[in-house]
Design a protein around this ligand. Structure first.
Ligand SMILES: CC(C)(COP(=O)(O)OP(=O)(O)OC[C@H]1O[C@@H](n2cnc3c(N)ncnc32)[C@H](O)[C@@H]1OP(=O)(O)O)[C@@H](O)C(=O)NCCC(=O)NCCS
Length: 171
């Protein structure tokens, strides 16, 4: 599985990705707006992530699909569908800070959403963003996701409950 958009590709994680994953993900600016990315993010953590996804690829019952955002062979970000359950899934993503603001994740979200509808035959893909995460909300809106409402105390971040904003695209 591989998708091209501009000079970027979405492709499965593979052995050897660990150093570029760590180089781009190990940043408080990435950690602070996400729920499942630790800081510091170690090489061992990256190894675990790559192995987890390699095993997942071989399993039949898939509830997640995680892809690397690749530029010239390096992993500069990640995007995935999780909680895949019948007709719907949740979309999530991150990008190395030095690549922000070039439209990369907007392109990735559009590409993966198209695949979710056309190939996976999903009917609903949703994304949840922290209220303060304006860039992520904008990414979803640019990809045609509609605002559905505020999720009060939906997540706990750094020990505190925080509100989320729910966006979804359906077909
Ligand atoms: C959110 C994130 C994925 C965006 O990636 P990106 O490739 O920089 O996004 P894009 O360039 O495609 O689009 C960003 C949009 O947000 C806008 N934006 C950026 N910062 C903003 C801010 N503070 N307020 C309002 N809009 C903002 C940009 O102008 C752009 O919109 P435009 O094209 O209309 O100008 C990236 O910042 C990131 O990895 N953040 C940390 C992890 C994260 O938040 N993950 C998502 C969790 S829900």
């Amino acid at each position: 599985m591989e998708f091209k958009f501009g000079p970027y590709r979405l492709r499965p994680f593979r052995r050897g990705d660990e150093p570029s994953i760590v180089e781009n993900i190990n940043d408080r600016k990435v950690e602070r707006y996400t729920l499942n990315i630790p800081y510091p993010y170690t090489l061992e953590g990256a190894r675990g992530w790559v192995d987890f996804n390699r095993k997942l690829e071989r399993s039949k019952e898939r509830t997640q699909l995680n892809l690397a955002i690749d530029l010239d062979g390096a992993v500069i970000g990640g995007i995935g569908l999780s909680a895949m359950n019948g007709h719907r899934a949740e979309i999530g993503y991150w990008l190395g800070v030095k690549y922000w603001g070039r439209g990369i994740v907007s392109g990735a979200v559009k590409t993966l959403t198209r695949y979710a509808f056309n190939e996976l035959k999903l009917r609903r893909v949703y994304g949840k963003v922290f209220v303060v995460n304006k860039a992520s909300a904008r990414v979803l809106q640019k990809a045609g996701y509609k605002y559905e409402g505020r999720l009060v105390k939906d997540a706990v971040k750094h020990g505190r409950p925080v509100d989320g904003l729910l966006f979804a695209k359906t077909r």
